[in-house]
Design a protein around this ligand. Sequence first.
Ligand code: AHR
Length: 497
Amino acid sequence: MNLDRNNRIGEVDERIYGSFIEHLGRAVYGGIYEPEHPLADEQGFRKDVVELVKELKVPIVRYPGGNMVSAYNWEDGVGPKESRPRRLELAWRTIETNEVGTNEFVDWAKKVHADVMMAVNLGTRGIDAARNLIEYTNHPGGTYWSDLRKSHGYEQPHNIKTWCLGNEMDGPWQVGHKTAYEYGRIAQETGKAMKLVDPSIELVACGSSNTGMPTFPEYEATVLDIAYNEVDYISLHQYYGNRTNDPANYLAKNMDMDHFIHSVIATCDYIKAKHRSKKTIMLSFDEWNVWYHSNEGDKEIEPWTVAPPQLEDVYNFEDALLVGSMLITLLNHADRVKMACMAQLVNVIAPIMTENHGRSWKQTIFYPYMHTSVFGRGIAIQRILSSPKYDSKDFTDVPYIDSASVLNQEEEELTIFLVNKHLEDSISLQADLRSFEGYRLIEHIVLENDDLKATNTVKEEKVFPHYNGHSTLQDGMLEVELAKTSWNVIRLKKSLE
Ligand code: AHR
């Protein structure tokens, strides 16, 4: 492998380490919020969960959905809690109590030092509800909705900068599902009205819900053709699973993610050319993760209950490897992917789990997410990597090694993230780092486990990193031994001598 400090992909936008909290299952109720919990703060937020989220350094959190937002009345979640209505939540067929709404979520986001990425309902509602919501959250005062916010105890506007124009509107499961033309028009007009209220905001238009959608990528092309001037980002969503228990094929699935990103960039740039525009649409990969473990169990859940345990995937070690590879893929597209949200954050397909009234713990996928978020800030460096390859059921020429590198110029630190996907063998890697003169090796963190199916539960954490990775640096040449099926973080820093 060769890394040249002058060969840059682009600045890593820290928002690629974003996440997502939907009013779904126990993400909000029993996850971030549980007033009866011994560790709840004065607002009812669990302090143990706040601490775990802070460890992840999550810069932005998407809210309140997800599928849920497409039938959500934001007005139900503001004002005195005792007057908030209980509603049928149609996306997940539960009861929404509305105890937590916009203001409480903004307060929680401040506690974890994150910004809010707010989604508006373009399923059952539209321009009017969206322009009222942004007047409520962002207008300083002296108008109906901004004064209502003040009367609810929030004198200062929340100044939410990033807004999603609906969610997965291409999906037939979505309440208020729309064709590309129907959605393009409502996104355009809603975006226009929202930017009239607050011109400083940035808008994300819905792209496809996954690469398998029959309307991909025509949906993106049509939507952007209509709303190119109003929107700033196009969204991508993708979840993977290992339903056939084929680890080699499963671990290759970030190649599909890479192809998805390339295709959406090409689509954006085709519309840019068609419009003779100077503006470039950036990508917001605002839902990505592994999601399949809980699918069957969820079919047994009684409808119309409050905060049932939905989408509670228990992640294993191989999931952490694929999540690591997906993070590497995002980093290697740092020039165009400016936001991304691991979906989701607590209990619902999440790196953080909780027991109601009890403990909280880290799932296996917590670690690659934390490592990249903490160490992967700076400039993404282009790598020249020649890796041995394999073929799997759905992919050919899968590199055994995935890698991304980030240079933090202020700290004079270089971090190299590596996954070895080989199921049996370790791989020796030599990296030419001679352009990083004066750097020394400070740490080689490894996540490895002999059992691909090992999990972390409330009782036992079997998957956690160690700091005894095998690597040496001499005369700018890095020699690394990548253990079979492992996630590796190699950190170098310019020495003072
Ligand atoms: O994250 C779970 C669900 O996945 C979201 O509600 C939806 O947007 C997607 O289909």
